[in-house]
Write a protein that binds this ligand. Sequence first.
Ligand code: FES
Length: 517
Amino acid sequence: MKITCVGHAGLLIETESTSILCDPWFNEAYLNSWIPFPSNEHVEQDKLLHCDFLFISSSGQDRCDVEFLGRVDKAVAVILPDFKSFNLQNILIDLGFYNFIHIPNNIVFKLTNSLEIIVSTNSSNMYGAMPTATIAIGDGINSIFVQTNQLDKKSKDLTTFKQYDIHFAQIAAPSWYPMVTENPESIKDILSKQLRNEQMQGFLEVIKTFNAKVVVPYGGPPCFLDKDLFYLNDVDSFETGSKLFVDAYSAIQYLQNNGIENTLLAYPETEIVIEGNFIKLTTPNLQSKGLDIAYVDKKRYLTSLANKRCKESMPDKERPTTDLLKQSYLLEKLCEFIEPIVPELNLIRVGLNGRILISTHTESVVIDLLDLKIEKFSGQLCRFKFYIEDDVLKRAIESSNNEAFKSLFYSCRFATELDGFNNDLVYAFLMALSPEAIENLEAVLEKNPKISDEAEINGYRIQRYCPHLKADLSQYGQIDQNIITCTVHGWQFDLESGKCITQDDRKLFVKKLNNKK
Ligand code: FES
């Protein structure tokens, strides 16, 4: 079995008779924020266009590169994970792919006479907003595990191929928190450091669980070359770095400090050949491709990439010359996305329990999930606030339509002030502005008792957990006529309307029962 790294999470896996291309990514993603690191622009793309199988692990733009996939031979057999959402399949159909092999979750599937695979989906992060899939591939003698997402616990099904020879291990899930918050830089650094330590502990646990002969950290992070995003790159060593996006070099340092020695650092065009018990790595000539300093002098490497990109890029790709947004552009667009999904909003309203402000220089609009309306901002109290440049928002909407917020969030080109414990939910909601995605999100929330549980009190069915800090109202709710008081901090709600009497930004979701006396 031969594996050629093609950059980021991209792998070309070849056996004597079969080839599988996984997650090829070459073109800038998420509003041109994400760029493959180390650069893979020298990788010969033509040889990737005619493989036997194609595996795309998610609809993320760094996995599903529509510009590159547009060139791939459409007769390729697409290995399709068993996602609840049809989003990825629809994107591929739109590109012209038609030959899909639907793979049930977590079973050994005979792909060819000599090749077996196991595909496992994971939608545990951010309420399933970005489902991903991993793939394990075995040829009867050797096997590899291509872990394309951040696993947080052992998946027994994926250990079916005895011991894996190689574990391609994604280091961490991409995130925009806490970089986009309105906190001082020093606080953001502390929060990032905490989060990255947690992520790395999870990463180590997964490595130990699968206990492969060799570990290749891969699949991120991208680099950020725009002036205003450059600070997101982690250019320090693992010990001194404070950014969220830990790269493969730092991940290897971390693993070695924790007793994992069997690691390999892969670059685009690195080849790894597995033959029985032997694993042979061939690294391309790094100097000739300018990759020799990619990790060891990362700041200089990225600065030179940024300068090169600046010279090459079309001015209108960097800063599109948009007309000023007309005053009602945002309102009209949000209405267009949200009105069709309003009838489906049930537990999402309970979980978010508030208003969302979307603000640009030109326009500020409130998505009011208390009273289900979208309106111009006029001083309403809003729990969730997003600030976006006009041209960024317009690009996001025009390039991704009802996936605009997905592009926007991953791009890190926004700022936010959020309140409460359900921040992941507000992101998940805004990333799910289609009827299918909302239905999936509602189904996920159904399983969350803090959001879906109800209690019957005094002839009303009410949400069981207080909209303030989730005290159990069946225990701490005190009723006096039609007012329920949460005795934990004293918030009061009118049982007839659910209106919060003590606050203007929350609501108790209430249904009057017919048998009320
Ligand atoms: S938890 Fe109910 S008022 Fe604070």
